[in-house]
Design a protein. Structure first.
Length: 337
């Protein structure tokens, strides 16, 4: 038996069924909450063929497989999952109304777990190599490119620091500005010289690759350069539109600001995963989803005490279920002689 709910209004809707959203759904389902996950099906986790840094998988696990198992696990605890894309949201009194491509939804609590999109460089040949030999993240992929030939695409301080940090993994690191004017500051320019990191300044015409493995960068003119792996620092697009529409505070990059329990600046609205200022890692997204779910569960519990809905739930229990355990009677002792 679950706490009686308005059939037209969910207790919790999670927008985004990636790593953070599914983790939240598992917790909320197990907390006996009426939870619906609405997902448009573009989790970034799909791009990773072998996740090596997720706890509990010593031989790695495919991102797709992690998502599939997450969905099975969430359904096991009665979370409902639906494919739709939410296009707009509004707050009416204490209810959020979400308009999707397929349907309209209403909920008391809303968790935004919509993730981000890493912008790949606009260079022919790059897209085919995403997740295989073209990467966005040192923490995810630095280890797997040890002792290989690595190019960092970028012309900013961030690109320089990226290259310097990659020295931990490989001696063969270059920066490729792809024809852009370098806008790193003097200090970063000095570091490039001091650490003897080559800079390729020409426009990259395309990436030579075979079976998703990069072989070389080809420039608009002159000889190319042989590399094995490419990293980029082009930036991210944060899927923050729904939170923004509801008036949630964002930081200067567009990440949704949250407290340590994943509450946003808007009451009853929560956010988790890469759309928040967390470092964009699967295990962090999963942890944030769990933390958000715990906060939502706690807030709904407090609300049920204040509104007496827990009392009404108790009345139903008292009417229809056994609510007092049987008394255990002492066994009669054998008659003494
Ligand atoms: C190539 C690549 C390799 C990576 N490798 C690793 C790795 O090895 N290790 C690691 O820890 N991390 C890795 N990551 C990062 C990892 O994928 C993310 O940290 C993780 O997926 C973030 O989880 P999330 O739930 O925040 O977002 P996501 O998993 O991206 O999920 C967001 C979900 O929200 C949905 N959504 C968005 N907007 C809407 C809407 N309006 N309505 C409905 N649904 C919506 C999307 O379709 C998506 O399914 C990698 C990322 C990439 C791109």
């Amino acid at each position: 038996m679950k706490l009686a709910a308005d059939p037209n209004t969910r207790e919790v809707i999670v927008v985004g069924g990636g790593i953070a959203g599914l983790s939240a759904a598992i917790y909320l389902g197990r907390a006996q909450r009426d939870v619906l996950v609405i997902d448009s099906g573009h989790s970034m986790a799909k791009w990773e063929p072998v996740v090596q840094n997720y706890l509990g998988f010593p031989n790695g696990v495919g991102g797709e497989e992690l998502l599939k198992n997450g969905r099975i696990q969430a359904k096991r605890y009665e979370a409902r999952l639906i494919r739709d894309e939410i296009k707009s949201v509004s707050a009416r009194k204490s209810i959020f109304v979400l308009k999707g491509k397929r349907k309209t939804y209403r909920t008391k609590r809303l968790l935004i777990a919509t993730g981000i999109f890493h912008l790949p460089p606009e260079i022919p040949g790059v897209k085919q190599c995403l997740g295989h030999s073209m990467f966005f993240c040192k923490d995810c992929d630095g280890y797997r490119v040890r002792r290989k030939r690595i190019a960092i695409i970028g012309a900013s301080n961030e690109a320089v620091e990226y290259a310097l940090d990659m020295l931990h993994y490989s001696a063969c690191v270059i920066v490729a500005t792809n024809g852009k004017r370098a806008h790193w500051d003097k200090q970063h320019g000095r570091w490039l010289k001091e650490y003897e990191i080559p800079v390729a300044r020409k426009r990259i015409r395309d990436v030579d690759h075979r079976k998703r493995k990069i072989r070389a960068l080809k420039f608009a003119s002159g000889p190319g350069v042989k590399i094995d792996y490419l990293f980029t620092t082009r930036g991210d697009i944060f899927h923050n539109q729904l939170a923004k529409k509801l008036g949630a505070k964002l930081d200067s990059d567009g990440q949704i600001k949250v407290d340590h329990c994943m509450r946003t600046s808007v009451p009853r609205l929560y956010a988790a995963g890469c759309v928040t200022p967390a470092n964009c890692q699967m295990i962090i997204a999963a942890g944030q989803g769990a933390a958000a779910a715990q906060a939502i569960n706690r807030d709904l519990f407090e609300e049920s005490l204040a509104s007496h809905s827990l009392r009404r739930f108790r009345d139903e229990q008292l009417e229809s279920e056994k609510t007092v355990p049987e008394v255990e009677r002492p066994k009669s002792k054998a008659r003494r002689r």
